[in-house]
Structure formats: structure tokens, C-alpha cells
Design a binder for this molecule. Structure first.
Ligand SMILES: Cc1cc2nc3c(=O)[nH]c(=O)nc-3n(C[C@H](O)[C@H](O)[C@H](O)COP(=O)(O)OP(=O)(O)OC[C@H]3O[C@@H](n4cnc5c(N)ncnc54)[C@H](O)[C@@H]3O)c2cc1C
Length: 558
């Protein structure tokens, strides 16, 4: 390993087994960044990893890692995968020959690659520096210091403990979990002066103890923004799923003062998907968490403000101003609003289920709870793709997974590729014509009663884990009397508002509503919350972007 440049600053590391190329990359990097960064070069993946480990121990910061793809012993993707364990925040670039671009594209998913550079990169002013400049800027903008951990002490079968863990996981806040009945959990409770009656206890990285915190308190103490920085914006986006994040990225990147308001965690339903297989540009699929993290970073980089754990409970129209009111009564106003509130899981209506939710019965939280069901028998209710994805995901660790579905087969409700995957996995069984009619348990779920919908016969089976995916409904009652909704609560927009060619009742303008515009001018809807929408990640993102284009058109005529 060789080092160039004396300044003991942040590090740019490059590894290439061809000494000539390795020297050339380091020379080009040094020429531009030598004054501000330390450029470290290595000629084998092993020595580069040694260098990274050494730097880690010394407490150095590594901003960018550039690795050649074709290296003996370990290729660039394998190297970057290991480098990520040491410096997860460093930006990653793969150097490839034209023939290897396929591998580089795969690496985008495997190691969350930021960029691949085709060799040769001459002139560096055009091909190398803009890429590295951009990555350094992103790295600087992100919090790259070692992340101090949040600690959660709770009861394994407590609904509130489970909610807190899910909230932290979905907001990508690293935390460590301590069951309250184990020694370390008890030590932490004692240190906080708690006897374990009020759980969960959350200890922030600063050592502050929060007892039974609500979402907003938790969000603000673990570093998530909850308070708007202004009281008037060009655009308020309500909902932080794919549609809302899409709108925030396009709104902010096109110069609109944009704020996004999310009541739980960004990512929405997509954030809970273990693998989205059909989103354009990810041939090997992408996890919802990864897609969310990238979109969040992108929106922040363009300057969108993002508020977490803030629920919008009212929309008021005051002349040209649109006021968005929060659950605590405070409000912000804007020229325009995009409703991107998606849909929420429908609840399973059977005795015992509500009481045991969070204590063995879960809605869509399969990813957070997966570790707990390792080696256990798991039941999943539902026959659509979300149930199928959860089954495939949980089957990796669970002893058995049983999908319970009312219909006679999965083929009508689930995508063909998932039905195929389920058929190929020996750990998954499908019980058709079956419904859950009761859940039993005191502290946590112990048994469920199943009913054969054909014969009516019931059977009580042991079950500690039940995941429910039985469809979803929009939660839009707070919009009652403000915007037009269809019979199921979805928001009606554009041409659907004027089926006979007549503008909707009370429409005040001499033009018809734009495509995604609701019955209130300047209020748009995007994604799953829209009546007749496609219920797909790609279409939600697309509608978010399109709504911003219509916001511009609206503002031009304001
Ligand atoms: C498990 C699962 C797997 C899926 N897999 C796929 C797949 O593989 N491919 C695919 O194309 N689609 C998939 N889908 C569907 C896809 O995720 C949705 O179509 C997409 O997420 C819709 O995006 P959205 O932004 O419109 O709404 P949502 O994702 O529902 O996001 C809406 C957001 O708004 C927030 N919100 C709601 N009301 C308020 C309020 N009053 N105040 C503040 N915030 C509010 C919610 O908390 C939520 O975060 C999957 C869905 C699930 C549940």
C-alpha cells in the first residue's frame, strides 16, 4: 500500500491490481484532491482491506472508495461488500472495462454502488472529477461519523415495544434491543430508575432515558426532524411513500420550497417490502428499505424538508392559501398541496385479534419481526403479493410458513413469479379455503382457530406468529367535505371529476381540473390514494413527478 499527499484529512482510497493503472488513478485523484484529502492506494484487495481496518482503528474518515472490478483473488464487488462492513458510509465506485458493465449494474444492488466508471476515464476533468466531486458532496452532506446507538429495553410481547422497534427500523435509526427480563435489560432499567412496569424504555445516544415515548417525542430525540422550519411553502407533500418521495425530489430539485410530512416513517408500504422485483432499473429487485434510503437521501440533497412522525389531520382552503393542520393543532400553509397518503392495512376482524396485535399478531411488520420467528411456525393471512413476499422472506428463517387464504388458489390474486417461488420452497404450505375466526392467548398469541370455508369445520392450531396482509384502504376521512372522494374513500382527480364533461360542483375556475388535480384547485393527489390508481411503486413515483409538473402549471396561472 502506498500513501500520497500529507494532509491528514479524510481519505479517498483506490485499489487496482495493475500497478500502472493504480498509479494513474492515484495521480489524477491527487492532482485535484491532494490538498484537501489523503489519497491512499492499494494494489490488492487484501491490502486495501488491511488499510481500511487500520484507518478504522485510528478513527480516520474514509469518504470515497474506488475499486477495480477485475482483480485476482477477490473482484471489486466482493471487495466493496467487505469494505462496506468497515466503512458503511463511504461512497463506492467500481472501475470497469466496457465488457464488464453488466457486472457493474449487478453491483448497484449487491453493494449499493454509487457509480461505475468506464476505463479509461480521460480526460479526468470530464469523466472522473465530476463523479468524485458529487460523491464527496453527498458524503459530506450525510452524517458520516460513527453512529452512536439508541438502546431499547422492552418486553418481547408488548405492542408498544414492537411499535417503537418498527418505528426505529423503518426510519433507519440503528438501535440495539434488550429484553426487559434479561440481565442487561434489567441493568439499563435500574440505571434509569425504572422498575420495568412502564415499557419500552428508550435510551438515546446522548444517554437520555425516554419512558413509553410517543412517535413525535421519539423522532425528535433520535435526530429526525419533526418541526417545520417555515410557516409558508410553495408545496406541502402529505405522505412519504414512493409518491410523496417522488414529489419531494422533483419539487425540491425544480426550485419549489418543499416540505414533506410523514406520520410514521418514509417509505410507506414500499418501505415494508422485502424485495420489489418490478421497479424499473433494478433487474435483481431492490429492498424497500434500500429504495427508501436512496430516495430520502436524494430528496434531502435537493433541499426538501422532511418531517417525520407528524400526522396531518385537516386541510383548509383560505383563498389561494392551503392550510395543512397537524394532530397537535399547529399548521403550515402553502400555495399547493400534493396528497400522497397511500393506503393502510385493513384490520382482521375476528375475536381476540385486536387485543393480540403487536403480541404475536402483526400487520405488515414481517421484516422487523423476522428475527424473532427464526425456527418457529409462522402463519400468514392473505393471498396477494404482499402476503407472498412476506412468506418467501420469512421462510428463510422460520421452521414453517403457512399461508391462509380464503380463495380456492393463489393464482388469481398473486403474481405468477411469486406463486412459482412459493411452490418451489419446501418450507411454505398454502391452505386454501381457510379463514382465521379467532385468536387466543393471554400475554401473547398462543393459538388460532381456523375455519374451512367450504365445510364450515373449525380447527384450533398452535400459533405464536400471525402476519396479516388482507388488503388496504385509504385513510382519508379527514378530507371529508374538502375534496371529492369515491365510495371507498379514494380521492377523485382530473377527468374522473367531470365524467359528463362538466366541471365538478363548486369548481371555481374557468378551466377544467388538471389530470391529478382534486376538486380543490392547487390540491393534487398522487399514488395509491388516488381513485383508480395502479397500486404500484413505479406508478406512484411517476404520479408524484407528474403532480409536480402540474403544480408548476398551477403556479404559473396563480
Ligand atoms: C408488503 C408490500 C409489498 C409490495 N410490493 C410491491 C412490488 O413488489 N411492486 C410494486 O410495484 N408494488 C408493490 N407494493 C405496492 C406499493 O408499495 C404501493 O403501490 C406504493 O407504496 C404506493 O405508494 P404511495 O406513496 O402512493 O403510498 P404509500 O406507500 O401507502 O405511502 C403513503 C404514506 O403516507 C403516510 N400518510 C398517510 N396518511 C397520512 C397523514 N394523514 N399524514 C401524514 N402522513 C400520512 C403513510 O404513513 C405512508 O407512509 C407492495 C406493497 C406492500 C404492502
Amino acid at each position: 500500500m502506498a500513501e500520497t499527499g500529507e494532509a491528514p484529512r479524510t481519505v479517498i482510497l483506490t485499489v487496482d491490481d495493475d500497478p500502472g493503472v493504480s498509479r494513474a488513478v492515484a495521480r489524477d485523484l491527487r492532482r485535484r484532491y491532494g490538498g484537501t484529502h489523503r489519497v491512499v492506494r492499494a494494489e490488492t484487495a487484501a491490502s486495501a482491506l488491511d488499510a481500511l481496518n487500520e484507518m478504522k482503528l485510528r478513527g480516520d474518515l474514509v469518504a470515497v472508495i474506488l475499486a477495480d472490478y477485475r482483480m485476482p483473488q477477490m473482484n471489486g464487488i466482493e471487495f466493496l461488500e467487505q469494505a462496506m462492513d468497515v466503512y458503511p458510509g463511504a461512497r463506492r465506485v467500481l472501475l470497469t472495462a466496457y465488457a464488464d458493465t453488466g457486472a457493474a449494474i449487478d453491483a448497484i444492488n449487491v453493494v449499493d454502488l454509487d457509480h461505475y466508471l468506464l476505463k479509461p476515464w480521460d480526460p479526468p476533468e470530464e469523466k472522473l472529477y465530476p463523479v468524485v466531486d458529487d460523491l464527496l458532496e453527498t458524503w459530506l452532506a450525510s452524517d458520516h461519523r460513527p453512529v452512536p446507538e439508541t438502546r431499547v429495553v422492552g418486553h418481547r410481547w408488548s405492542a408498544h415495544s414492537s411499535e417503537v422497534r418498527e418505528f426505529l427500523a423503518r426510519n433507519q435509526v440503528p438501535y440495539r434491543w434488550y429484553p426487559s427480563d434479561e440481565p442487561e435489560g434489567q441493568r439499563l432499567l435500574a440505571a434509569a430508575g425504572e422498575d420495568g412496569m412502564r415499557l419500552p424504555l428508550v435510551i438515546t445516544p446522548d444517554g437520555e432515558a425516554l419512558v413509553e415515548p410517543d412517535g413525535t417525542e421519539l423522532a425528535s430525540r433520535v435526530g429526525l426532524a419533526t418541526t417545520p422550519s417555515a410557516d409558508f411553502y410553495d408545496l406541502v407533500v402529505i405522505g412519504g411513500g414512493p409518491a410523496g418521495l417522488g414529489a419531494a425530489v422533483y419539487g425540491a430539485s425544480e426550485g419549489l420550497r418543499t416540505v414533506l410530512v410523514e406520520r410514521t416513517a418514509t417509505g410507506g408500504q414500499a418501505g415494508q417490502s422485502s424485495r420489489i422485483e418490478n421497479y424499473l432499473g433494478f433487474p435483481d429487485g431492490v429492498s424497500g428499505a434500500q429504495l427508501t434510503e436512496r430516495a430520502r437521501r436524494q430528496a434531502a440533497r435537493f433541499g426538501a424538508e422532511m418531517l417525520t412522525a407528524r400526522e396531518v389531520t385537516a386541510l383548509e382552503v383560505n383563498g389561494p392559501s392551503r392550510t395543512v393542520r397537524f394532530a397537535d393543532g399547529s399548521a403550515i400553509a402553502a400555495h399547493t398541496v400534493i396528497l400522497a397518503t397511500g393506503v393502510s392495512y385493513r384490520q382482521l376482524d375476528a375475536p381476540g385479534v385486536a387485543e393480540l396485535t403487536g403480541r404475536g399478531v402483526y400487520y405488515g411488520s414481517a421484516l422487523t419481526e423476522a428475527a424473532g420467528c427464526a425456527g418457529k411456525d409462522v402463519y400468514i393471512v392473505g393471498g396477494a403479493n404482499s402476503a407472498g413476499q412476506a412468506a418467501v422472506y420469512l421462510a428463510r428463517g422460520a421452521r414453517s410458513v403457512t399461508i391462509l387464504v380464503r380463495a380456492a388458489s393463489l393464482t388469481r390474486s398473486m403474481s405468477h413469479y411469486l406463486v412459482q417461488q412459493i411452490a418451489d420452497l419446501p418450507g411454505i404450505a398454502v391452505r386454501t379455503a381457510t379463514e382465521v375466526v379467532e385468536a387466543h392467548g393471554t400475554d401473547h398469541l398462543e393459538q388460532i382457530t381456523l375455519r374451512d370455508t367450504g365445510t364450515g369445520r373449525t380447527e384450533r392450531v398452535d400459533a405464536q406468529w400471525l402476519f396479516v396482509f388482507i388488503g388496504a384502504a385509504p385513510l382519508t376521512d379527514w378530507l371529508e367535505g374538502v375534496v371529492t372522494r369515491d365510495g371507498r374513500g379514494f380521492v377523485v382527480a382530473g377527468p374522473d371529476l367531470s365524467p359528463g364533461g362538466q366541471p365538478p360542483a363548486g369548481w371555481p375556475l374557468d378551466r377544467a381540473p388538471y389530470h391529478l388535480e382534486t376538486s380543490v384547485p392547487g390540491v393534487f393527489v398522487a399514488g395509491d390514494a388516488r381513485s383508480e390508481s395502479a397500486k404500484r411503486v413505479a406508478s406512484a413515483v411517476g404520479e408524484g413527478a407528474m403532480a409536480v409538473m402540474l403544480v408548476h402549471r398551477y403556479l404559473e396561472r396563480l
